[in-house]
Design a protein around this ligand. Structure first.
Ligand code: MIC
Ligand code: SF4
Length: 642
């Protein structure tokens, strides 16, 4: 039987299990990436495993998230990351070189390879025909040590693209259409594979916009075939040597099918406060806009920036709009600078930001109270931009630039003649900001600043647990809700005792003190608990506060794995209606955990306060059960299990 692209790459990397949706598999990892604010924990955990040097083909440590350096903490983190990279055999992409996903696509991504990254938007690499997956830092640390990555074999969804995008309609609108149809949990447990004749007209950076934001569908990853378009991109990056063709066989099948006629799409926006709250721009046109932010790993390619410059050259930004622009990489920035496009951007009144994540993670540029902020980014969760009372709309660069000129949401189709930006024949290649590691045997000292604290660990799981419900939440709780980002909290990423004070701080300022006073306890959640980022701090910090388990209707993939990795039980209600049988403050009791974990995983949660019995399930694989029993993945790995 014919195979699709995902099957071909996964099968070539399968080290355990069978590629049957729902069963546990282990895959060999060729490449890893980390970024600064998940990287420090990943390398501390790698160090704790006692492995002298990485065993992957390529590992890269990027600094792109926290480049504000509001205090010594972040600069110390960067120094630690650089020295650890040198010692452990990892390439170091210096601050100023660009956003990890954009740079990785440009300089390292290779068709047919596997990439594991400690960032949820690692699937950007799917745009170049890789199986690229986001995971917690400790999973990346294990992969750097040569261990495989364990995951539930996903279903493979085939998205057949037909037709051609009309003028002013973009790759961003394709993924927004997917979100409109499937929702933020529609991709959980799935790989989204794009195919069909519509592919040929989509460049690699456009494909990467689509795979990048597949993370918002909750998908394990998204992937495009590697074809002539891929070859052309690699050639222009002077890396044609890594090209290999990987396309789906003509008789390949998919577990589910979706069809999108590109020619029927129109400009779209994800409205506040969820990436799946999608509406046509035509319906929103005329809404007053206060801030426009262009950049992020979703939309900061050369073509995006050149298009924005061309639109902005038609006017001056509206007096009521603050326009901020952050190009995706030094390559992009230098190319638009040399071409003169940057001058158009500055001339129009844009405020130029570093080529880093910046406002996407609330590192500055919080909009004004009550603002409408149009962003080319991928997440618009309440408060993520730094201002709770602001409404963030996710749009294409075309919509963003047109609206910055108009001062209101504007349909770019009203701009007339479309702007055509061709992919360059040659990108400007200069890898001097990527520092190779020290040679094997060469001395390299790791430098740790005073804010870098050891990774806390948990003891073996006891057979019974008891405690209060310290928080009851609703559906689609994000990791930004659990462990907020922003310029005040992000500098504490290497210091779990300090950052744990901010767990759930945007929802419930008393959470940390209440949980500590109660000596830990349980969290109750709704559907898709923990959607969003890969930050393991959303598990590690609650673990530090004593959280023992989360009882939810369902979990997002990466967060569930992170909970297990740090010894927190991810319990699912057998019957979602039992969610109503628990209130915050109730006393819960669980017994017989060892046998539940070794058996079917079903158990009874006793609500002592209400004298009720709530059936729940752990649904763990044998390996996950062993990790939980060891008190987490670090203990499990150090004990020599894998
Ligand atoms: C994000 O976009 O939320 C982040 C910041 O890149 C996170 C990683 C982190 O919190 O460190 C992600 O997407 O995984
Ligand atoms: Fe950075 Fe934003 Fe991309 Fe996360 S989503 S990697 S914060 S640009």
């Amino acid at each position: 039987m014919g195979k699709n692209v995902a099957q071909k790459i996964l099968e070539a990397h399968l080290v355990a299990g069978e590629l049957m949706p729902g069963s546990e598999i282990a895959v060999r990892i060729d490449q890893t990436l980390t970024q600064d604010i998940t990287g420090t924990m990943a390398y501390l955990q790698f160090e704790a495993m006692g492995i002298p040097r990485v065993k992957t083909n390529l590992s890269v440590s990027y600094v792109d998230h926290n480049t504000l350096q509001t205090g010594f903490e972040s600069a110390d983190d960067h120094r630690y990351l650089q020295t650890a990279a040198a010692k452990y055999g990892i390439h170091f992409s210096r601050p100023g070189n660009g956003i990890c996903h954009q740079v990785h696509l440009e300089r390292f991504g290779a068709p047919g390879k596997t990439l594991l990254g400690s960032d949820s938007h690692t699937p950007t690499g799917g745009g170049i025909g890789m199986i690229a997956i986001g995971a917690g830092g400790i999973d990346v640390a294990v992969a750097m040590g040569g261990g495989p990555f364990h995951l539930t074999a996903p279903k493979i969804v085939g998205v057949r693209l037909t037709g051609k995008l009309p003028a002013w309609v973009t790759a961003k609108d394709v993924i927004l259409e997917m979100l409109r149809r499937l929702s933020v949990k529609g991709g959980v447990g799935k790989i989204i594979e794009y195919h069909g004749e519509g592919l040929a007209a989509l460049s690699v950076p456009e494909r990467a916009t689509i795979t990048n934001m597949g993370a918002e569908l909750g998908a394990t990853t998204s992937v495009f075939p590697s074809d002539d378009v891929t070859r052309g991109f690699l050639k222009a990056q002077k890396r044609e040597g890594v090209f290999q063709e990987i396309t789906a066989d003509p008789d390949a099948t998919y577990d589910e099918e979706v069809e999108i006629d590109l020619s029927s799409l129109e400009p779209l926006a994800a409205c506040p406060h969820s990436p799946d709250n999608v509406k046509p721009i035509a319906e929103l046109a005329g809404t007053k806009v206060h801030q426009v932010a262009i950049g992020s790993c979703t939309n900061s390619s050369y073509k995006d920036m050149m298009t924005v410059a061309a639109i902005l050259s038609r006017g001056t930004i509206h007096p009521d709009v603050s326009l901020v622009i952050s190009p995706g990489s030094r390559q992009v920035l230098e190319m638009i600078a040399r071409s003169g496009a940057l001058a158009e951007i500055v001339h129009a009144g844009a405020r130029l930001m570093e080529n880093a994540c910046g406002p996407c993670i609330g590192m500055g540029q919080a909009p004004n109270t009550g603002a409408v902020s149009l962003r080319t980014f991928n997440r618009n969760f309440l408060g993520r931009c730094g201002t709770k009372e602001a409404g963030v709309y996710l749009v294409s660069p075309e919509v963003a630039a047109a609206s910055a000129l108009a001062g209101e949401i504007a349909d770019p189709r009203t701009l007339g003649e479309p702007i055509v930006v061709e992919e360059p024949e040659e990108f400007l290649v200069d890898d001097s900001m990527i520092i190779p590691p020290a040679r094997e045997g060469e001395a390299a000292d790791v430098v740790k600043g005073p804010n870098i604290k050891p990774v806390p660990k948990r003891d073996d799981l006891p057979d019974a647990l008891a405690g209060k419900v310290v928080l009851k939440t609703g559906d689609n709780i994000t990791t930004d809700d659990i462990m907020p980002a922003g310029a005040k909290i992000v500098p504490l990423r290497s210091n779990i005792p300090a950052i744990s004070e901010y767990v759930f701080s945007n929802i419930d300022a008393e959470f940390a003190s209440r949980t500590k006073a109660a000596d830990g306890g349980f969290i109750v959640g709704g559907e898709n608990y923990g959607q969003g980022s890969s930050r393991e701090h959303a598990a590690l910090a609650p673990m530090f506060l004593g959280v023992k388990g989360v009882l939810a209707k369902s979990f997002a993939r990466i967060h569930r794995a992170n909970l297990i990795n740090f010894g927190i039980l991810p319990l699912v209600f057998e019957d979602a209606a039992s969610y109503e049988d628990i209130d915050q403050g109730d006393e819960l009791e669980l017994a017989g955990l060892a046998s539940a974990l070794k058996g079917e995983g079903s158990l009874i949660v006793r609500n002592k306060t209400r004298n009720a019995e709530i059936p729940a399930r752990l649904g763990c694989s044998a390996r996950e059960a062993a990790v939980l029993l060891s008190g987490g993945l670090l203990n499990f790995t150090v004990k020599g299990q894998s």
